[in-house]
Ligand binder design. Structure first.
Ligand code: NAD
Length: 349
C-alpha cells in the first residue's frame, strides 16, 4: 500500500532538527499524502526559514503549541532522549532517527516513556526500506539460500565533519546491526571488535567486528569514516550460494553454487568447481525514506503495523554497546540477554 485510505483524517506532523537528514525528512513530509507538515524546530539559523512554507521554530515547546499528532526527530543523536521524552510527555508520537539514543540507558528510558503512554513510536533504520535488502530478506525467508553461514557488511566512506557527538559504531554500525538482524532473523549473541581513532576526535572512526548470530551464522562488519570512496555492501553466504546487496545502487545479485564440474582442468583449478549462474534481479526501486514515512504514517493511523519498533532500536543500541566494550577491553563480549524491554525480540522473520 502506498497511499492512505480515503476518508482518513490528515495527520499534523512536526520535524525536530533541520540538518542534513532533517532536510530530507522535510522534503518527504512536505509531499506525503495524508500528512500536513505544520512546523519545524531548529535553534540554528541555517537559512532554511521560509523554504518549507512552515514556521522554523527555536524550541520544541512552540511546535507542541501548534498541535501535532507526531514528530520526526532528526537532531544530533545525543539529543534524541531529551527531545523524545518531551514529545512522549506531551502525548505526541515520534519517528526517531537512528540510533535510537546514544546509550542503552537513554534508549530504555525512551521505550518506557512511549510505551507507558501507548504512543506510536519508531526508529528511522532506513536500510530496512532499501529495495535490495527488502528483496534479500524475502528471498532468505522463502528459503532460496538454505542455511545462512555468514553475513558480511561493509560501510566505508569519507569523514562527515558535522557528526561530533558519537563515533562510527553508534552512527553507522547501527545500520549494519539492524539490517543483519532484520534480514536474517538472527541477532548478535557475541562480538569481538577492534577500533581506531585517526581523526583526532574523541570517538572511534574505524571498527572491525566479528560476531556470532543467534541462529549459528557468523557475522563481520567493517565500518569506517576513513575511506576515500563510499561503499554500502551486504553479502550473505549460505548453502546454495551467495547474495550481494548494494544499498547505494539498490541492486541485489545472486551467485549460485555450480551444480556440475568443468572439464577444462586449468580453468577448474583457477576458478574453483562451485561457480554457477549469476543473476542480478530487476527490482522496483522506490525511495527508502518515502517508504519509511508511509509506513510510519500508516502506523499512526492504525491501518498498518510494520515500523521499526523502539524495542528493536534498543536492542541495536545494546549490541552496539557490546561492540564498544569489546573494542575497549580487547576481549570477546557476550551480548547481554534481552531484558524486560527487549525480551521476546521478534525481528519479523
Ligand atoms: N537514516 C539515515 O540514513 C541518517 C543519515 C544521516 C543522519 N542520520 C541521523 O539523523 C540525526 C541528525 O543527523 P544529521 O546528519 O542531519 O546532523 P546535522 O548536524 O546535519 O543536523 C542536526 C540538526 O539538528 C539541529 N539541532 C541541534 N539542537 C537541536 C534541538 N535542541 N532541537 C532541534 N534541532 C536541533 C542542528 O542545528 C542541526 O541543524 C542523527 O541522529 C543521525 O544519526 C540518519
Amino acid at each position: 500500500m502506498t497511499g492512505v485510505a480515503t476518508g482518513e483524517r490528515t495527520l499534523r506532523a512536526g520535524l525536530v532538527g533541520l540538518g542534513v537528514m532533517g532536510r530530507n525528512h522535510a522534503r518527504v513530509l512536505s509531499a506525503l499524502p495524508g500528512v500536513e507538515l505544520v512546523g519545524i524546530v531548529d535553534p540554528a539559523e541555517n537559512g532554511e526559514a521560509g523554504r518549507w512554507g512552515v514556521p522554523v521554530l527555536p524550541e520544541l515547546g512552540k511546535l507542541l503549541a501548534l498541535g501535532v499528532d507526531y514528530a520526526v526527530v532528526a537532531s544530533p543523536t545525543g539529543l534524541h532522549e531529551e527531545i523524545g521524552l518531551e514529545l512522549a510527555a506531551a502525548g505526541v508520537g515520534a519517528l526517531v532517527e537512528k540510533p535510537l539514543a546514544d546509550s542503552v540507558e537513554a534508549a530504555r528510558r525512551l521505550v518506557a516513556a512511549f510505551e507507558s503512554r501507548g504512543l506510536v513510536a519508531g526508529v528511522g533504520h532506513i536500510e530496512r526500506y532499501n529495495p535490495s535488502l527488502q528483496s534479500l530478506r524475502a528471498r532468505l525467508e522463502a528459503g532460496e539460500l538454505g542455511e545462512v553461514y555468514q553475513v558480511v557488511t561493509r560501510r566505508q566512506g569519507p569523514f562527515p565533519h558535522r557528526i561530533a557527538d558519537v563515533g562510527v559504531v553508534k552512527d553507522l554500525a547501527t545500520h549494519d546491526i539492524d539490517l543483519t538482524c532484520w534480514v536474517t532473523g538472527q541477532e548478535h549473541v557475541s562480538v569481538s571488535a577492534r577500533k581506531v581513532s585517526k581523526s583526532g576526535r574523541p570517538h572511534e572512526d574505524m571498527v572491525a567486528v566479528v560476531g556470532q548470530l543467534s541462529g549459528g551464522a557468523m557475522v563481520n562488519h567493517l565500518v569506517n569514516w576513513l575511506s576515500p570512496f563510499k561503499e554500502r555492501s551486504t553479502v550473505v553466504t549460505g548453502d546454495r550460494g551467495c547474495f550481494v546487496a548494494d544499498t547505494l545502487t539498490a541492486d541485489l545479485t545472486f551467485y549460485a553454487n555450480g551444480a556440475g564440474s568443468t572439464e577444462w582442468e586449468a580453468l577448474r583449478a583457477f576458478r574453483g568447481v562451485s561457480e554457477g549462474d549469476m543473476v542480478r534481479y530487476a527490482i522496483p526501486k522506490r525511495e527508502p525514506l518515502l517508504v519509511e514515512h508511509e509506513r510510519f504514517r500508516d502506523a499512526v493511523l492504525g491501518v498498518r503495523d510494520d515500523i521499526v519498533t523502539l524495542r528493536q532500536g534498543l536492542r541495536t543500541v545494546e549490541i552496539s554497546a557490546a561492540i564498544l566494550e569489546s573494542a575497549d577491553q580487547g576481549v570477546t563480549v557476550s551480548v547481554p540477554s534481552p531484558d524486560t524491554y527487549s525480551e521476546q525480540m521478534n525481528w519479523g522473520v
